[in-house]
Design a protein around this ligand. Structure first.
Ligand code: BES
Ligand code: ZN
Ligand code: ZN
Length: 502
């Protein structure tokens, strides 16, 4: 889809989208086209009892008096209430409902909305962004679908008086969308295609954007004593990997050039059978997206490098496949992590925390980041707590948790903070080792977080985001088609932009 911003003025051909406001009143462009068509639009609005609610739509096909294919009236609610997420919802809704018919050109006449959150050009950019985000499709394995069956819009034009500024704002949003699409693609790939080595190869392609990428092999990780991560991958034919991605946006920009301000760590279990503590068959296919945390970190790195963020950031992902096998790790095994701490593996299905333990230690030892955030599809329990609406945040620092809450609300990738009392830590004490990898039936997401906290150094400001309920969606929304959501990229891109850049 080619997206452009052009001057207001009614187009002669294609589909024209115009705005209607709360109460059913029409925008200037809507009035103009209504006149050209002899009142066809206002009659249609009346018949459809159009109220102008955000996302409400009415169409007039092949209207007389002009050569347009159709006119679409879309509600934007109360103009002064329209925020940037609302603008994205409009763009996404338009894409969703028009793309099936594959129109060549869709022009959206975005008449100035004064007094709303953001400015006209920002709204215009976000309308385009909403359409772009909704246009994602993972269709590479559909060999029977002809090109002319795929929903698409060839060209999208946003008609606005502040096109230049809108374009500039959109250019940045587009880079972030490219990161989100990388994450969605990674999360959607099946595990016979995406496994630790092929995942690492994809990361290596990011060097084109100026990201430095290192890949650790199993023998590298053995030398670093990463017994926790290696134990998880032990039953797999696929070699485990760790990938380190660095974006040095401050290079050549003075004093701070050498420090890593923020680091991101992701759980990358490319398939989680549960191992010897094997999962039930029903729904096990979902465990191809147990690398959602690693996928988000990778997409985030792409977004930050793409928009040339003024920050030094490192992304580290632990890549393993958790399989049952003659050589697989057994329940009851004791492993020694890179930190030197020993872990009794009670349940081989609680593998994500084992992978993260070594990735967290490595990241802190190697880069000493002030702030460290990890993402993981860590527990089924987080779905019991929060469903598919918010990710759980577990932090050793209230300010960081608050920032994640705020950035979540602003981007629509919402989070909710959880308690981290020390009493929960009691539950993971082991009789024979420093800790065990499960804490019993209750408070499962918190005991998992307390486990991770044992690998965080005192000076590190840290948050763990449990995205098990967010990485995958079974329903379409205006800006996120069902499937891999790319959750985490927008949230953390915003966090970096707001608090860590410059
Ligand atoms: N990958 C799963 C968590 C998960 C569940 C992600 C559902 C996405 C959707 C994780 O490795 C796991 O199996 N966790 C166990 C932990 C338990 C054994 C303590 C769980 O949540 O049941
Ligand atoms: Zn598991
Ligand atoms: Zn898992």
């Amino acid at each position: 889809m080619k997206i452009s911003f052009t001057k207001p003025g009614l187009p002669e051909t294609g589909v024209l989208v115009v705005m209607g406001f709360d109460g059913g009143t029409l925008s200037e462009s809507a009035h103009a086209i209504d006149e050209v068509t002899g009142g066809a639009l206002s009659r249609a609005a009346k018949v459809a009892k159009f109220k102008g609610k955000l996302g409400e739509m009415v169409s007039v096909l092949a209207p007389s008096g002009c050569k347009l294919e159709s006119i679409v009236l879309i509600g934007i609610g109360k103009p002064e209430k329209l925020d940037l997420l609302g603008a994205e919802k409009i763009g996404g809704t338009i894409y969703m409902s028009l793309s099936a018919k594959q129109p060549r050109t869709v022009s959206i006449a975005f008449d100035a909305v004064e007094g709303g959150e953001g400015r006209v050009w920002e709204h215009a950019a976000h309308i385009a962004n909403g359409a772009l985000l909704r246009s994602f499709r993972f269709d590479k394995y559909r060999t029977k679908e002809e090109a002319d069956q795929k929903p698409s819009i060839r060209a999208l034009k946003i008609l606005t008086s502040s096109g230049g500024r809108a374009r500039k704002a959109f250019d940045v949003l587009e880079k972030v969308a490219e990161g989100i699409f990388l994450t969605r693609n990674l999360v959607s790939e099946p595990a016979n295609i995406l496994y630790p080595d092929s995942f690492a190869q994809t990361c290596l392609e990011l060097t084109e954007l100026g990201i430095e990428v290192d890949v650790l092999s199993e023998s590298d990780m053995q030398k670093l004593n990463m017994g926790a991560l290696l134990g998880v991958g032990q039953g797999s034919e696929r070699e485990s990997k760790m990938v380190i991605m660095r974006w040095n946006g401050l290079q050549g920009k003075g004093r701070k050039a050498k420090t890593t301000q923020i680091a991101f760590v992701g759980k990358g279990v490319t398939f989680d059978t549960g191992g010897i503590s094997i999962k039930p068959a029903a729904g096990m296919e979902d465990m191809k997206w147990d690398m959602g945390g690693a996928g988000a970190v990778t997409g985030l790195m792409k977004a930050l490098a793409g928009r040339k963020a003024n920050v030094n950031v490192v992304g580290v992902i632990g890549l393993v496949e958790n399989m049952p096998d003659g050589r697989a790790q057994r329940p009851g095994d004791v492993v020694t992590s890179m930190s030197g701490q020993t872990i009794e593996v009670i349940n081989t299905d609680a593998e994500g925390r084992l992978v993260l333990a070594d990735a967290l230690t490595y990241t802190q030892k190697e880069y000493e980041p002030k702030t460290l955030i990890n993402l993981a599809t860590l527990t089924g329990a987080i779905l019991v707590s929060l469903g598919n609406e918010r990710a759980g945040v577990f932090a050793n620092n209230e300010e960081l948790a608050n920032r994640l809450k705020e950035c979540g609300d602003e981007t629509g990738e919402k989070t909710w903070p959880f308690p981290m009392d020390n009493e929960y830590d009691e539950l993971i004490k082991s009789q024979i080792a420093d800790m065990k990898n499960v804490g019993g039936r209750f408070g499962g997401s918190i005991t998992a977080a307390k486990f991770l906290e044992r690998f965080i150094e005192k000076e590190t400001t840290w948050a763990h985001i449990d995205i098990a309920g967010m990485a995958w969606s079974t329903k379409d929304t205006p800006t996120v088609p069902k499937g891999g959501t790319g959750y985490g990229v927008r949230l953390l891109d915003r966090l970096v932009a707001k608090y860590y850049e410059g």
